[in-house]
Design a binder for this molecule. Structure first.
Ligand code: HPA
Length: 234
């Protein structure tokens, strides 16, 4: 057990999918895993372990934002030995070529700050995905016929943004979408020699103002879970 995860040693798989929302962790585990067992309920941040095609998998909520994700990812890595951590979540589209419902595979994650900033100080470290996972996720998405973009994203500290100029600069530099967790996940994976990737569904669009209707959210989220699982084990 850790401060924030109640699972016993051995109850968490080496491959962990991390949605922000704990109820999405429950839905994904019950929909895609065989014999899912709830292994964490601390603070309601639900986690489940089961198998997918015979492979052990844990799906653990991360909460919203990098400080929350950092707590769960640190404990998963350092105490439970997680080797492959894949964020599955939503993002806001930042380019005209990126449409609502499309999938973005985050090759890099820019940020204004992350919980790791204290380590890097004046250095601008470039948080990046594991290439093997990225490559396999891309092929899995193509095979499913899902419109997929690979490139840089922006991990913001805020959802309600008082600095629209930052989004403008990100868009001007070709960033595909904005979310709030991936940069710190990539930092931690780099620090501990683990594999990480963020697979994101575009749920809303910063340019067009369009948003994914709630009835479409489940299907789009399901595609993302299958892409992440295939990437982990292909
Ligand atoms: N901003 C930050 N995070 C997000 C957004 C957004 O517009 N959409 C989904 N996650």
């Amino acid at each position: 057990m850790t401060i924030h995860i109640g699972a016993k040693p051995g109850e968490i798989a080496e491959t962990v999918l991390m949605p922000g929302d704990p109820y999405r962790a429950k839905w994904a585990a019950e929909t895609f895993l065989d014999n899912p067992v709830c292994i964490n309920q601390v603070r309601g941040m639900l986690g489940f372990t089961g198998t997918w095609n015979g492979h052990p998998v844990t799906i653990q909520g991360s909460g919203m934002g990098m400080p929350s994700l950092s707590i769960y990812a640190n404990e998963l890595i350092s105490t439970y030995g997680a080797q492959t951590l894949i964020r599955i979540g939503s993002c806001g589209g930042m380019q005209d070529s990126v449409k609502v419902r499309d999938v973005i595979l985050a090759m890099t994650a820019s940020s204004l700050s992350t919980p790791s900033r204290g380590i890097f100080k004046e250095l601008n470290f470039a948080p990046s995905a594991d290439f093997g996972l990225l490559h396999k996720a891309f092929h899995a998405a193509e095979a499913k016929g899902v419109a997929t973009h690979v490139g840089g994203i922006y991990s913001s500290d805020v959802f309600y943004d008082e600095r629209p100029d930052l989004n403008e600069q990100m868009m001007r530099h070709g960033i595909l979408g904005v979310e709030m967790e991936a940069a710190e996940l990539y930092n931690l994976a780099a620090r501990h020699g683990r594999r990480a990737l963020a697979v994101l569904t575009v749920s809303d669009h910063l340019i067009t103002g369009e948003a994914l209707p709630s009835e479409d959210r489940e299907t789009s989220f399901g595609d993302m879970v299958e892409i992440a699982l295939t990437a982990a084990f292909a």
